[in-house]
Design a protein around this ligand. Structure first.
Ligand SMILES: [Zn+2]
Length: 175
């Protein structure tokens, strides 16, 4: 483990932040002498789980020192734990954003008022022949099933007609 003096300073600064963050297990608090803790009488270098060396605080009346040392050594240092919390939060945020994007992409706007499907089955061709009329424009397709025909017509209509948001943008730039 390489010593980084600059990092050690950071550990000491951030230790109070971590204690107050509410993520500390209750057992940790119980092992501390008291709430009104006297200032540490010294520190000792302690290599913790993540491989960083921290300044482990020593107190004059410190019945749980060994327990505390073992527990501290079994965990990552404060900056590493904070960094992981940050990374986890960021990853969760990204996952949520992705989910929303996928959902809104899958959500097609409804057809306009008065949209009309007409379908006729052709037994010789084994095809449904149909048309979708939307706002004066008619799209024609055929499909092996009524369901396929309706989806094809819907797709051709949406491909021909720009997305409502795009249409607004076009109007705005052309006027
Ligand atoms: Zn670390």
């Amino acid at each position: 483990v390489t010593e980084k003096p600059a990092l050690r300073l950071k550990f000491r600064d951030s230790s109070s932040v971590i204690v107050g963050s509410g993520r500390e297990p209750a057992a940790q608090d119980a092992s501390k002498p008291s709430k009104s803790q006297p200032p540490p009488v010294g520190t000792e270098a302690l290599v913790v789980k993540c491989g960083h060396t921290i300044a482990f605080e020593l107190y004059s009346k410190d019945a749980f020192r060994d327990q505390r040392r073992t527990k501290t050594a079994s965990r990552d240092c404060s900056p590493c734990r904070q960094a992981r919390v940050q990374a986890d939060m960021l990853a969760a945020k990204e996952r949520r954003a992705k989910k929303v994007a996928t959902f809104s992409k899958a959500l097609k706007p409804r057809l306009p008022d008065g949209a009309r499907f007409v379908a006729t089955y052709d037994a010789t061709q084994v095809q449904w022949i149909g048309a979708l009329t939307v706002e004066g424009a008619t799209y024609e397709r055929s499909g092996s099933s009524l369901n396929k025909l309706l989806h094809k017509l819907d797709d051709v209509y949406r491909a021909a007609k720009p997305h409502p948001v795009d249409a607004e943008a076009v109007t705005a730039t052309s006027s």
